[in-house]
Ligand binder design. Structure first.
Ligand SMILES: CC(C)(COP(=O)(O)OP(=O)(O)OC[C@H]1O[C@@H](n2cnc3c(N)ncnc32)[C@H](O)[C@@H]1OP(=O)(O)O)[C@@H](O)C(=O)NCCC(=O)NCCS
Length: 185
């Protein structure tokens, strides 16, 4: 078995990462239909770099990062990683990062399901209070997905991201445990 269902929601479950997934990871990270959205086009990402990244993160030795694989229930297919970084247990804050890398798998609600599943784990199991994220202003799919799970813009830094001949804005969004509980009631 490669994946183990830790949290489930809709058509996906979240599993501990499998370090053997570095080859598919490298393929997706180099997909130019997606890489602009996450500022990856400028980077050169190889099998060697992604093998090291995945081996490192899947050991779970860094207490400020918690990463899980998003797995499509149908066929137990690895879609990508949802992770929480910069975890600060005193202030109870952290930052979300998510990607569904295979282009054909976008817009099927896997992102919404994965964030809903992980928010429950972070707010209730890890007892965090505020989760934030940042997204580029032209990534409309991602912004819409975050709005669907009640993240709200709290800050915008203008023209800080250069991409395809233009300078774009960076948008910062967040949600608190209280806001999330109100929405669930
Ligand atoms: C961002 C991401 C995680 C969202 O996951 P997803 O499974 O595609 O999202 P969902 O299907 O749950 O929701 C997407 C929503 O955006 C909408 N959408 C898609 N393209 C859109 C566009 N151009 N403008 C506005 N809304 C758009 C969809 O219709 C859907 O909303 P709906 O359910 O109301 O119809 C995923 O697309 C992804 O990994 N993208 C590439 C990497 C990336 O950008 N990561 C985020 C970095 S901040």
């Amino acid at each position: 078995m490669k994946y183990f269902s830790k949290i489930t929601r809709g058509n996906i479950y979240l599993s501990p990462l499998n370090a053997e997934d570095y080859e598919i990871l490298t393929k997706w990270l180099n997909d130019d239909r997606i890489s602009d959205w996450v500022n990856n086009t400028k980077a050169i990402l190889s099998l060697t770099s992604e093998k090291a990244f995945l081996e490192n993160i899947s050991r779970n030795e860094d207490s400020t990062i918690k990463a899980l694989a998003i797995i499509k229930k149908e066929g137990d297919k690895f879609l990508w990683i949802v992770d929480l970084s910069r975890i600060n247990y005193i202030d109870q804050i952290a930052t979300l990062w998510i990607s569904i890398w295979e282009f054909e798998e976008h817009n099927k609600w896997y992102g919404t399901d994965a964030i809903n599943a992980i928010l429950l784990y972070w707010f209730h199991t890890l007892n965090l209070r505020n989760i934030d994220l940042h997204v580029y202003s032209f990534n409309e799919n991602a912004i819409r997905c975050y709005q669907k799970v009640w993240f709200k813009e709290y800050w915008r830094r203008k023209e800080t991201h250069y991409c395809n001949w233009k300078f774009r804005d960076e948008i910062y969004m967040d949600i608190t445990k209280t806001e999330r509980e109100e929405k669930n009631n």
